[in-house]
Design a protein. Structure first.
Length: 208
């Protein structure tokens, strides 16, 4: 099992688990960055498991102890188990990728601050069904030669004034970003170099 190849979806799922671990104070930013690099570069389940084995509440199926000491019922559980709870207030979570697809969607928990670094890849942050831990979210971008797609709730407000560098890039804002009173408030700063950025509401149908 340890030598089975892993997919991009499995790698991204492990990065999500590491994100939750840093929110619980189990990892510092340097450890998170190092383990994220390992997870994104992992080819087998054994390599993925190596970044989770010492984190309570997080495990890969290969981390289940063999023999009578194994906890009954573990074999029926999913390959990965997530941590309960929310990221600690005031924490900044870093998402990092190189030639990767960084995706957050569904009912994921949004920390108050996010730093997204991605080079030669695609970044998609779908906030439409997310659970916000604060009324305002600061998203700092540092992306090069890739696309950034932000999907925000229709009641949200978006502030793009802090984007201080759009170089060889295009920006398409399909939202009413001037809405000052909308909540949650999503503040986007940083830079997008050699790529495209789109901010939009969720599509209501296939033809939207």
């Amino acid at each position: 099992m340890r030598n089975l190849r892993v997919s991009d979806a499995e790698r991204e799922h492990v990065v999500e688990l590491l994100q939750r671990a840093i929110g619980h104070g189990m990892l510092d930013l340097d450890e998170f960055a190092e383990r994220t690099d390992t997870a994104l570069g992992a080819r087998t389940r054994g390599e993925l498991n190596s970044v989770l084995v010492d984190l309570p509440g997080l495990r890969h199926e290969d981390a289940v102890p063999a023999g009578p000491a194994a906890t009954p019922g573990w074999g029926a559980e999913p390959a990965f188990e997530t941590l309960a709870g929310r990221p600690a207030a005031g924490r900044r979570v870093e998402l990092k990728g190189v030639g990767s697809t960084l995706v957050r969607r569904g009912r994921w928990q949004v920390p108050p601050e996010m730093l997204v670094r991605n080079k030669y890849g695609e970044t998609k942050l779908d906030f439409s069904s997310a659970e916000f831990t604060s009324g305002a979210v600061h998203v700092e971008l540092d992306t090069k030669w890739g696309s950034v797609n932000l999907i925000v709730p229709e009641q949200a407000s978006v502030d793009l004034n802090g984007l201080d560098e759009l170089k060889w890039s295009s920006l398409t804002d399909k939202t009413d970003s001037s809405r000052a009173a909308g909540t949650p408030r999503i503040v986007v700063t940083g830079r997008v170099v050699g790529g495209s950025m789109t901010v939009r509401y969720p599509r209501r149908n296939w033809f939207a």
